[in-house]
Write a protein that binds this ligand. Structure first.
Ligand SMILES: C[S@@+](CC[C@H](N)C(=O)[O-])C[C@H]1O[C@@H](n2cnc3c(N)ncnc32)[C@H](O)[C@@H]1O
Length: 271
């Protein structure tokens, strides 16, 4: 049985190995996929240890004062928010995915942590000048069709900061993706065969994900704009933010063409 799930029905295979996106279903894929438990099957390896490394880097670089207010926007199931709260920060987590927010709430309360988790859209203003730091982790960005939506999201993040507050974004490294693209890979995860096909088109990295298990086949898709450091720098300036540091991995290694990540530290300046 082939069961189309999420917006996976939007992938039409036209020749073996080549996928084209059905434009009507291509839109807003991110509203569904992150809500699915299959997302956890594919990305379960992105775990708490990885989150802890990144939070250690962030705390070391920013020297954020204890008990500061932090917003994790696109917080998913809350792995970074929980780490921040366990270090004594006062944390709010916001995500578009209701099931992720529900899971984050359950997990935080089972750990005795008080974190304000809310469903929300990063393009909308969370508050005006009420956080010392906004974090946006593990490519929780670049999904929108139009670049002005990305600009709007950065502007909202900036608006949520106090003057001198930090915006920290952890994004894919577009140059690395272009240089080292693996067009197809397969692995067995949680008893399911997961096949991922990747291709670059119109400045976006697109992925089709097929999960094959006892219940049949499910197909999902992702599409992320290949934004570069220069793109972010431009959006930051527009939003009153100034870049203060860039790293290329969660250990604080340098950013370069082959580094796995693009981790940016920007600061809100007086307008
Ligand atoms: C790749 S996941 C990363 C989740 C989390 N930061 C982590 O590292 O585990 C991207 C997240 O961004 C969220 N997201 C996508 N579009 C969003 C939007 N417009 N506003 C808020 N969150 C959004 C998704 O629901 C998803 O949880």
């Amino acid at each position: 049985m082939v069961r189309n799930a999420g917006f996976g029905g939007g992938l039409a295979t036209i020749r073996p190995g080549i996928c084209m996106i059905d434009e009507r279903r291509y839109r807003a894929w991110y509203k569904d996929w992150f809500d699915r438990e299959e997302y956890e099957v594919v990305y379960g390896h992105r775990d708490d240890d990885e989150a802890a490394k990144l939070i250690n880097l962030i705390v070391a670089f920013t020297r954020l004062a204890p008990a500061s207010r932090v917003l994790d926007i696109g917080c998913g199931r809350g792995r970074h928010a929980i780490r921040l709260a366990s270090q004594g920060y006062r944390v709010t987590g916001v995500d578009l995915s209701r099931s992720s927010i529900d899971a984050a709430r359950v997990r935080a309360s089972s750990m005795g942590l008080s974190i304000d988790f809310e469903v929300g859209d990063m393009r909308e203003l969370v508050c005006d000048g009420c956080f010392s730091m906004v974090v946006n982790m593990f490519t929780a960005f670049g999904f929108f069709e139009e670049d002005d939506e990305h600009e709007r999201a950065i502007a909202s993040m900036s608006k949520a900061l106090y003057t001198d507050g930090w915006l920290v974004q952890d994004f894919l490294n577009a140059e690395n993706v272009r240089r080292n693209l693996v067009p197809e890979s397969s692995a067995v995860k949680s008893g399911m065969e997961v096949t991922q096909k990747r291709w670059i088109e119109d400045g976006r990295i697109n992925k089709s994900i097929e999960l094959r298990g006892p219940a049949g086949v499910q197909k999902f898709s992702e599409s992320v704009r290949l934004l570069t450091l220069e793109d972010f720098d431009r959006m930051y300036r527009q939003a009153g933010l100034v870049l203060h540091g860039v790293f290329g991995d969660y250990d604080g290694g340098p950013f370069g063409p082959d580094s796995p990540r693009l981790i940016m530290f920007a600061r809100k300046h007086e307008r």
